[in-house]
Design a protein around this ligand. Structure first.
Ligand code: ADP
Ligand code: GLC
Length: 488
C-alpha cells in the first residue's frame, strides 16, 4: 500500500467506452479507475477524437485550460482541454484540437501522425503546469505517449514542478513503435535536445517514439511477466531487445486485470441472459441467441468456437486459416468470428462463412455488444497468437465459462492453465509451437474434452472461479509507483 496518495497523470491514446481499438483502451480505463478508487489523485488525458463527440456525453470546457498552444516545428498548434467526469468521479481530460483529432479513425496513416501524438504528450505536461499539478508519476502508454519521458528530461526540465516526477512507460505491444523518418525532427521542438534521440537510428534516417520512451522512462513496465522476459530476446523484442537488456532491472511485467464491472456474465447488461456458476442456464440462452443472430444453424449441443480480435498478424490468423477449414470438414462444430483489420484475413473469414454456411459466421467490423455476446455464447474461445503481450479475451472467456484455446506466449501463458483430463484441473488448452499441427491438436483436444460433459463442467467452473481483478494487479502498479516516489 502507498503510504500517502500519489499524484498520477495517465496519458493514453485510448480509453474504453470513449475511444478504443483494442485492449489498450480497456487497460487505461480500468487501471486509472482502480487508482482513483484506491484514493490517488489521477488525471487522465486522451485526445478528443470526433467519435467521442458522437457519444453525446456531457463534456465541459475547463476555463484554466482554454486557449493553449505549443510550438511544434515552425507551427503554433492551438488547443484546449475539456473535462468529462465519469460516474466514479474520475476526471478524464480531453485535448480538443479538431485539426488533429477531428478524423474518423483513432489512428491514421496521415503525414502528421507524429504531430498528433507529440501534441498529446506536450499537452499532458502543459496541463500539469496550468493546474500547478506536480505528478509523482507520468504514466505513459505505448508509442503514442513515449516522448513524455524525454520531454521531461529536456525541454521541461527547467520547471521545478516536475523535479520529483518519474515517468513510467507501459508497453502494451512492442509491435507498434511509432517509427518516422528523421525529417520530423524539427517538428518535435526538442530545442537543442535533439542529441538525446537514438543517434544510430537518427543517422540511418529514423526516429522511433517507443525506443525513445524505453531510453528515457524511469521505469518500463509491460503487461505480463512472460512478455517482459520475451521482449528481452530477439524473437519478440522487435529490435528493442538490446536496449531493454541494458536496463533489465527497470523492466517489469504485470499481467493486465479485468474490469468485472464490464465483463461479468452475472451482471452484464449487454448479453441476452445472465448466468453464474450457481445457475448456468442463461449460457445456453446466450448460445442459442448468438447462433440465431449470426445466421448459424441453431443446434445447441454443437460446440461453438468463438473469435473476437483485431485481424492483425500478431493474432495467429494464418493458423486459423490452415486449421479451421479442416476441423469444420471433419468435426461437427461451428465458429463465429468478430473482427476487422488486414484485408487478407477479412477475405479468408468471408470465404469461410460461404464455404460452411450455417456453421461459420463472420461479422466484419467493431461491435462491443457482439464481443460480449460471443464471450457468453461460445463454448471455446480461440487465441492462437504469434505473440500476445497480455490478452484480455482469454480472461473474459474464463469468466464467461468459455474455455480458451491459446498459444503458450505472453499473458496467455500467464493466465491459462493446461487442462489435465485425469484430474479435471486447468482452465484451457495450451499449445506451444506456433504451427498448424500444434493448433490443430489444441482445437481437436478442446472438442474432445467438450464431449466429456463432467470434465467440461469442471473446467468451466475452474475458469469462472479465477480472479483477474484489478484489485490484485493494480496494487502492483501502486507499489512500483510508490517505490519510484521514494527514490525521487
Ligand atoms: P489487443 O489489445 O491486442 O487487441 P486484447 O485481448 O488485449 O488484444 O484486447 C482486445 C479488446 O478489444 C477486447 O476488449 C476485445 O473484446 C476488443 N475487441 C477486439 N476486436 C473487437 C471487435 N472487432 N469488436 C469489438 N471489440 C473488439
Ligand atoms: C495490446 C496487446 C494485448 C494487451 C493489450 C492491453 O495491444 O496486444 O495483448 O492485452 O495491449 O495491454
Amino acid at each position: 500500500m502507498a503510504t500517502k496518495p500519489l499524484n498520477i497523470c495517465l496519458v493514453s491514446s485510448e480509453f474504453a467506452s470513449l475511444a478504443k481499438t483494442g485492449g489498450l483502451g480497456d487497460v487505461s480505463s480500468a487501471l486509472s479507475s482502480y487508482l482513483h478508487s484506491a484514493g490517488h489523485d489521477v488525471r487522465v488525458l486522451i485526445p478528443r477524437y470526433s467519435r467521442i463527440d458522437a457519444l453525446g456525453l456531457e463534456i465541459d470546457p475547463v476555463p484554466a485550460l482554454a486557449d493553449m498552444s505549443v510550438r511544434l516545428g515552425n507551427r503554433e498548434v492551438h488547443f484546449s482541454i475539456d473535462r468529462l467526469t465519469l460516474e466514479s468521479g474520475l476526471p478524464v481530460y480531453l485535448v480538443r484540437c479538431p485539426e488533429f483529432y477531428g478524423r474518423d479513425a483513432i489512428y491514421t496513416n496521415d503525414d502528421d501522425e507524429h504531430l498528433r501524438f507529440a501534441l498529446l504528450s506536450r499537452a499532458a505536461l502543459e496541463m500539469c503546469q496550468r493546474f500547478g499539478f506536480a505528478p509523482d508519476i507520468m504514466s505513459c502508454h505505448d508509442w503514442q505517449t513515449s516522448l513524455i519521458p524525454l520531454y521531461l528530461k529536456s525541454i521541461y526540465s527547467w520547471d521545478e514542478l516536475f523535479s520529483n516526477t518519474k515517468s513510467v512507460l507501459t508497453i502494451h505491444n512492442i509491435g507498434y513503435q511509432g517509427q518516422f523518418g528523421s525529417w520530423i525532427m524539427d517538428h518535435l521542438s526538442l530545442n537543442g535536445a535533439e542529441h538525446h534521440l537514438h543517434q544510430d537510428d537518427f543517422k540511418s534516417g529514423v526516429i522511433n517514439f517507443l525506443k525513445t520512451g524505453v531510453m528515457y522512462a524511469d521505469l518500463v513496465t509491460t503487461v505480463s511477466p512472460t512478455y517482459a522476459r520475451e521482449i528481452l530476446g530477439e524473437d519478440y523484442g522487435m529490435g528493442l531487445n538490446d536496449l531493454l537488456w541494458q536496463r533489465v532491472d527497470s523492466v517489469v511485467g504485470i499481467l493486465n486485470g479485468v474490469d468485472y464491472g464490464e465483463w461479468d456474465p452475472a451482471t452484464d447488461p449487454l448479453i441476452p441472459a445472465n448466468y453464474s456458476p450457481k445457475d448456468m442456464s442463461g449460457k445456453r440462452v446466450c448460445k442459442e441467441r448468438l447462433m440465431q443472430e449470426m445466421g448459424l444453424e441453431i443446434v445447441p449441443e454443437r460446440p461453438l468456437l468463438g473469435i473476437v480480435t483485431r485481424l492483425a498478424g500478431q493474432k495467429g490468423i494464418e493458423l486459423v486459416d490452415q486449421v479451421i477449414p479442416r476441423i469444420l470438414d471433419c468435426r461437427d462444430c461451428a465458429i463465429v468470428v468478430l473482427g476487422s483489420g488486414e484485408e487478407r484475413y477479412e477475405h479468408f473469414f468471408e470465404w469461410l462463412s460461404q464455404r460452411f454456411p450455417g456453421r461459420a459466421a463472420f461479422y466484419r467490423g467493431y461491435n462491443n455488444d457482439l464481443a460480449h455476446w460471443i464471450e457468453a455464447g461460445s463454448d471455446v474461445f480461440l487465441m492462437p497468437s504469434l505473440y500476445e503481450p497480455s490478452g484480455l479475451n482469454q480472461m473474459y472467456s474464463m469468466k464467461y465459462g468459455t474455455v480458451p484455446v491459446v498459444r503458450e506466449t505472453g499473458g496467455l501463458a500467464d493466465s491459462v492453465d493446461q487442462i489435465d483430463p485425469a484430474t479435471g484441473d486447468g482452465t484451457g488448452v495450451v499449445f506451444r509451437h506456433y504451427d498448424a499441427p500444434g493448433f490443430e491438436w489444441a482445437v481437436s483436444t478442446a472438442l474432445n474434452y467438450y464431449a466429456n460433459k463432467d470434465l467440461w463442467q469442471k473446467v468451466i467452473a475452474n475458469g469462472m472461479a479465477k480472479d483477474f481483478s484489478w484489485d490484485e494487479q493494480g496494487s502492483r502498479y501502486v507499489e512500483l509507483f510508490d517505490e519510484l516516489r521514494g527514490a525521487a
